[in-house]
Design a protein. Structure first.
Length: 242
């Protein structure tokens, strides 16, 4: 009804003797709108385009606000995993789940980026959203930091063909040389709960709905992407900063 009234008020400006102050019945409003549409059908598409642009701008503004408020937690959280160049000038943040097939596929693409660009700072955020096995895997991976084997463990789990569950995760842990008893103890540490809770909080704020999801500068990149897409976005972010 609000849209009809708005259109009708606009339409009255073209009718002699009628002003926006004149009272219109609902039927008169509808007739004015329908008449305007019949005379110029293209206004519907114009209205849709205006609405889409408005919604897109609102979404971009909302994302920009979140990125501005959460930049430190995204890029500088001391409880996150940092690989690549810790002093790199561009930070790439990836949210992932060990049971996500696209996360497994994208890992070589991410490593290609890091190998080709020595100034990339890679922040890994465990985001276990695909069941109990994913949660166990994320906690085990985070706990492996205390034994200095996170990256080796991460790569091995991403290379698994079967699903990440307690048995398969512990099998991989033994293969990479982790002390299982210590690993189990460290999995209950409060910083692990905090890391996962922060990942959940950040992805909710950013509007991500699945894995993998990337943040590079002001860009949000959901889903699987090839290395060149990441490289181009890093170059763009670096150029904007200079």
């Amino acid at each position: 009804m609000k849209t009809l009234i708005t259109c009708a008020l606009l339409a009255t400006t073209a009718l002699p003797g009628m002003t926006a102050a004149d009272e219109l019945t609902e039927e008169q409003i509808k007739e004015l709108v329908y008449e305007a549409i019949r005379e110029n059908p293209g206004i519907i598409m114009e209205a849709v385009a205006i609405l889409e642009r408005s919604q897109q701008q609102a979404q971009e503004n909302a994302v920009a606000k979140v990125l501005n408020e959460e930049r430190d937690r995204l890029e500088q959280d001391p409880n996150a995993i940092v690989l690549g160049n810790p002093d790199g000038d561009v930070t790439v943040v990836e949210f992932f789940d060990y049971n996500c097939p696209y996360c497994r596929r994208v890992m070589p693409e991410v490593y290609t980026l890091v190998e080709q660009d020595p100034n990339v700072r890679l922040v890994y955020r465990e985001w276990p959203i695909l069941g109990e096995g994913s949660d166990f895997a994320a906690r085990a991976a985070l706990a492996s930091r205390n034994q200095g084997l996170y990256e080796e463990f991460h790569i091995a789990m991403m290379a698994m063909e079967d699903r990440a569950e307690e048995a398969s995760v512990l099998r991989i842990a033994r293969e990479v040389g982790l002390d299982i008893e210590q690993l189990r103890q460290d999995m209950d540490a409060p910083e692990i709960d905090e890391h996962i809770a922060t990942s959940m909080d950040l992805t909710r704020a950013l509007g991500f709905s699945g894995t993998p999801s990337f943040v590079i500068g002001d860009a949000l990149i959901p889903g699987y992407v090839e290395a060149q897409v990441l490289i181009d976005e890093v170059d763009k972010t670096r150029a904007q900063a200079n």
